[in-house]
Each structure stands twice: as C-alpha cells, then as structure tokens.
Design a protein around this ligand. Structure first.
Ligand code: FA5
Length: 354
C-alpha cells in the first residue's frame, strides 16, 4: 500500500478504538484489546513490520505516522485503565463503609461431642460422686480374662452367648467390658468401686439395636454386706440421672456365669414410649443393664476373700442408653459418621466441646 492508503488504514483503526474500549468490561479485557491493536500481530502494531517495504525516502514519515497513532491509542487505553482502577477503589470504599463491626458475626457451625461420649461422661460424673474410679482395659484381651476368669471355661456353653472375634494370636476382641472386673480386683483388691467404659466387639447380625462394635460401661462394687437391693437402687439412680427423670424399669432374672443371682434391668423404650417399635423389637422395653451379685469363683480368681466380701457388677449398654437419651432409632447411624447422630448443642447442654 502507498502512504495515502496507509494513512487511511490508520484512520480506520483509530476510529474504531473508542467504541471497543468502552465495550471492554474489565482490566483483563482491556489488556487483551491492547495487544490486539498495538501488539506485534495487532491491527496497528503489525504495520511497523511493513516500513521496510516503502521507498527509502518515505520510511521516516511512515514510521512517524504509525508511532503517532500508536501514542494516541495508548493514551486512550491508559485513560480507560485508570477508569477501571477508580471504579475498583470506589467499590472497596463502599464495602468498607457497609461493614458494621458492631454487628454479630456469621454463625460458625459448632461441633458437639458424640452422643455415646456425652453419656459416658455423664455416667462417669455420676459414679465419681459415689466414690467410684474410672478404669480402662484393652480392646484386645486374653481368652482367660474375657472368659475363664469370669467363670466361663472353654467347655462352658455360655461362650456361645457372645459371638467372638478370635484373633490369629489366640487373643480376642473383648466381647464385653467384664474382663476389667478381673483386672481391677487384681490391681486394687477389696473393698473396690470401679467403672470401666469401653468398646466391645461381637460377630453378630446387625440390626436397629445390635452392632458389631458398641460401648458398655462395666460397674463393680465389692464391700462388706453388699446385696441385690443396693444394686437395684444404684441402677435406678443411674438411669434417672442420665434421663433426668423417673425412668420406668423392669427387673427380671438373667443368666450370666459370672454372677449369681443374675438379673436384667430393662428400661422403657423411649423411642416408642413402650408401645413397641423396631428399636425395642416391638417389646416396649430395652435391655440396658444386665447385672448381678459377683459369683464367688470370680471373686476368688481376683484374689478376693469371699468370707469377708461380696459385690455386685453390671454391664451397662452405653450405646443403647445414648440411643434412648437422644432418641436415636437405629444404632447403625452411630458408627457410620452420620452427622444426624450428632445431637444439637442445645440438647447436649453443658458438655459441648467448644
Ligand atoms: C454382658 O455383656 C455382660 N458382660 C453384662 C454383665 C456384666 C452382666 C456384669 C452381669 C454382670 P450382654 O451380652 O447382655 O451382657 O450385654 C450387655 C449390654 O450390652 C446389653 O444389655 C446391651 O445393652 C448391650 N449390647 C450387647 N450386645 C450389643 C450389640 N451387639 N450392640 C449394641 N449393644 C449391645
């Protein structure tokens, strides 16, 4: 193209610039327009490469014409760029003015302790007031502690009462917290008041009230002149305190080789209020507190003088009690990380984590 045509091309390019600049909606869009016009391959920038095609005596004015146009367009782009900066700054000022530091902040969702832990802590507090200490035993137990020391030799049919996970090293995942009875007798002797919360494992069919992993709290009191009425009074006190009202209970005979006599203390099903539902297997009652007077063989295995001492023991179904307290119909939600099982902070009262 000759010099006149070049000037026409430059004029056409410049004429379009104000329109495209005002259409640019952001600084980024502006930057890409800038390179589309002034960059090496841009509509104006690419003309620089054509200078060499003009006769020697015209190259100076060709270069000047292109550079002059480049300067004018650059000026327009800078002006638009400043407009964007000013708008951003004004937005920030508006946001700062709109922020009221005296208003309460957005609520932060709060975590709560797991229902089973919450009830465990409550039970611990109740028993600590009654002079009990809190003991712990291992989840992996010896066969002897889980069975033999509790008057369940390997020929005893009662071993089948609790389906056991046997480990390859000959030990078991404890099926109940009762082994802590034996451990505590050996450790402290008599008189003795301990509770032992802990996880238990059974190879069972899972349903609304049975899981393969669940929690119990063992209780053991050994002293002089201890009898069943002491046990029943303590059990009622425990349930009433946890539920914060008078709980309807029933006491019936129960068989466990490590107690004699043995009893089952059931509580009214709080899910259906005794009418019958899947949680209580339509019976209206929930088994939560099997118990009894400690069998003399168990006391002897623990080195306790049976001439002087008697005692009672119980195995509170902690997971089931938590279900009753918080209205949880199905035990399975408690082990699956289901957030619906995490009760509201309001109902948990004083035992919130934060
Ligand atoms: C025992 O485990 C005895 N060791 C309790 C005991 C201790 C009796 C001291 C006498 C003296 P049982 O198998 O019934 O008993 O379990 C006790 C409680 O644990 C049950 O009442 C129930 O509330 C709970 N429980 C038992 N199996 C499961 C399970 N699979 N899932 C959830 N809770 C269970």
């Amino acid at each position: 193209m000759d010099f006149d045509e070049l000037q026409n091309t430059i004029r056409t390019i410049e004429a379009k610039v104000p329109g495209v600049l005002s259409d640019a909606g952001s600084i980024d869009a502006l930057r890409s327009l800038e390179s589309g016009i002034l960059g090496k391959k841009g509509s104006l920038g690419s003309l620089i490469a054509t200078i060499g095609r003009y006769p020697q005596d015209q190259r100076g004015k060709v270069g000047q014409a292109i550079n002059a146009a480049k300067g004018r367009i650059k000026g327009l782009i800078e002006k638009r760029f400043k407009e964007f900066q000013a708008a951003d700054a004004a937005e920030e000022v508006d946001a700062a003015a709109a922020f009221d530091p005296t208003l309460p902040g957005d609520p932060i969702p709060m975590g709560a302790v797991h229902p089973v832990t919450a009830v465990q802590w409550e039970v611990e507090r109740i028993f600590e007031r009654l002079g009990f200490t809190v003991e712990a035993g291992p989840a992996m137990e010896t066969e002897y502690n889980n069975f033999d020391a509790l008057n369940i030799p390997d020929t005893h049919p009662a071993r089948d009462m609790q389906d056991t996970f046997w480990l390859t090293n000959g030990m078991v995942l404890r099926t109940h917290t009762s082994p802590v009875q034996h451990r505590s007798m050996l450790k402290f002797g008599a008189p003795l008041r301990v509770i032992a919360p802990g996880q238990c494992f059974r190879y069972e069919t899972v349903d609304a009230s049975h899981d393969t992993t669940f929690y119990q709290i063992e209780g053991l009191l050994i002293d002089r002149d201890i009898s069943i009425p002491n046990l029943i009074a303590m059990a009622k006190l425990l349930l009433n305190e946890v539920m914060q009202r008078e709980v309807k209970v029933r006491v019936r005979p129960g068989y466990f080789p490590f107690v004699e006599p043995g009893i089952e203390i059931d509580m009214n099903c709080e899910i259906c209020d005794g009418v019958g539902c899947a949680t209580c297997k339509q019976s209206g009652w929930v088994e939560v507190l099997p118990a009894g007077m400690v069998h003399p063989s168990v006391l002897k295995a623990g080195g306790i003088d049976t001439e002087q001492y008697t005692g009672f023991a119980f195995g509170l179904g902690l997971t089931r009690l938590a279900m009753m307290k918080y209205g949880i119909r199905d035990i399975r939600v408690l082990n699956t990380g289901d957030l619906r099982a995490l009760v509201s902070p309001r109902r948990l009262g004083g035992v919130l984590l934060c």
